[in-house]
Design a protein around this ligand. Structure first.
Ligand SMILES: [Fe+2]
Length: 240
């Protein structure tokens, strides 16, 4: 058995391209919307195997003390405002080597045609099929994963994000144990129906919000709230 003195010495997990569980040509349930602004919805994004990986990681991270919200200037009062009360954690702050994140692995297994060569080709293909130039012509250079968890009364007031486009991938344990937590495009009064394992991709500058979630007393503190895996995509190799 090999011994490793540093996480950087660990070998990267290899993906066996001949394994039947790698969906090389997976059909996605994609909705292309082009109303006041363009956005994309992907329903039932992760398959069962990826969902299992993702839930293991979400449960592992779902503790009050695993929370970096105080580092977010939007919520810590640094800018004189407290616009969200949810929990937050950046995956790259947790993992020295991001390939050890189940969530990042699930994304790679879902979207990459050849995870050892092409980075998120499948994801870009989905974006480029939108009729609107914003998606059709987009180039993605930078990507950051931010996890969010909403427990009882947590919310996010209207705001826009930094970067080019925002992907929100929602998760909750079924049957759903909370009310509220609705996602709304504020300026258009457009509510997007919440569903577990559903992703929405939209231009980051479009203002959005999450209404407070309400949980029954007996459901609080049992990891039954509203998770969101947020991916910020940029056309430059942005650093936080
Ligand atoms: Fe946001």
């Amino acid at each position: 058995m090999a011994l490793y003195t540093s996480v950087n010495q660990l070998p990267s997990p290899k993906v066996d391209l001949n394994k039947p569980d790698l969906k090389k040509d997976r059909e996605f349930d994609v909705e292309y919307h082009n109303d006041e602004f363009p956005y994309i919805i992907i329903n039932d994004l992760f398959d069962e195997e990826s969902l299992k990986l993702v839930w293991e990681e979400l449960d592992f991270l779902c503790y009050e003390w695993k929370n970096e919200l105080d580092k977010n200037p939007q919520s810590s009062g640094k800018w004189g405002r407290n616009i969200t009360s949810r929990r937050e954690m950046w995956l790259e702050a947790i993992y020295t080597n991001p390939v050890f994140s189940n969530i990042i692995r699930a994304n790679a297994l879902t979207f990459d045609k050849n995870p050892q060569k092409d980075k998120e080709n499948g994801f870009l293909e989905i974006l480029h099929k939108h009729d609107h130039w914003f998606f059709k012509k987009c180039i993605i250079m930078g990507r950051h994963f931010l996890l969010n968890y909403y427990e009882d009364r947590n919310y996010y007031l209207p705001h826009s994000d930094e970067g080019l486009m925002t992907c929100l991938h929602w998760f909750y344990k079924e049957p759903k144990s909370f009310e509220g937590g609705e996602f709304v495009f504020t300026d258009y009064d457009k509510k997007i129906e919440l569903a577990s394992n559903k992703m929405i991709i939209f231009p980051s500058m479009i203002k959005h919000e999450v209404t407070p979630i309400i949980m029954k007393e007996e459901d609080k503190g049992k990891k039954l709230g509203r998770w969101c895996i947020t991916t910020f995509l940029a056309d430059t190799d942005m650093n936080r």
